[in-house]
Ligand binder design. Sequence first.
Ligand code: HEC
Length: 207
Amino acid sequence: MTSNNIFLSVLSMLLLAASCGGPGPLRTDENDPGVVFDPPMYWQPSYKPLRQSGENTLNPYGANVRPPAPHTIPYGKKDFIYPYPNTTAGYDSAKKHLKNPLPLTAENLKEGQRLYQIYCVYCHGEKGDADGILVQKGKYPPPPLKYKDRPDLTEGSIFHVITYGKGLMGSHASQLWPEQRWKVVQYVQALQHQNDSLASQYWSLLK
Ligand code: HEC
């Protein structure tokens, strides 16, 4: 055996002995927590951001994280200020004036379709006919609309409803960034226009 090998085998025996401190044949007292190998690994001196230890003397309440500074803009919401309030007047105004800043492209529309199939399909259904799985199983009352029967919905009103929710539908603002909402809006419009003169504009892009 080279000296290196001897060193390694002694080390592994020591490690084995240390790890036997836990529950095992060598321990008689059930309540003995055993030997902790490398305590600083378990009890690290660094601050854990989400552990409110109460011991941090630098921050209010001893917390390890501070609330974000006022007017902080969350990731993905850059340049986003939404001026339409969650009121009937806000809805009407968004319906009339709010326009999609994204161009209608295959990429945007396909991403909108993907997101729709994650966040909307289980109520509104594949084709937007208010027959999603929750509705079929009687877990949720059907949304009182099929998109294709609602030509009055505009890009602005759809965005507004995703942002705030409406009636029984909750807000999806925490699931979808504004940019993602706009992509979903495009896909809802595609579902709105499945059989009319605008259909090809959307559905040719989805092929
Ligand atoms: C939990 C079920 C549910 C989910 C999920 C859901 N909706 Fe709805 N949605 C509803 C219901 C119910 C209504 C009818 C609200 C009303 O008019 O009272 C509705 C209404 C709407 C309307 C029409 C509102 C109007 O102006 O009359 C749009 C547009 C819409 N939803 C889009 C979406 C989109 C896009 C998603 C996914 C991001 C989504 N919904 C997810 C249940 C849902």
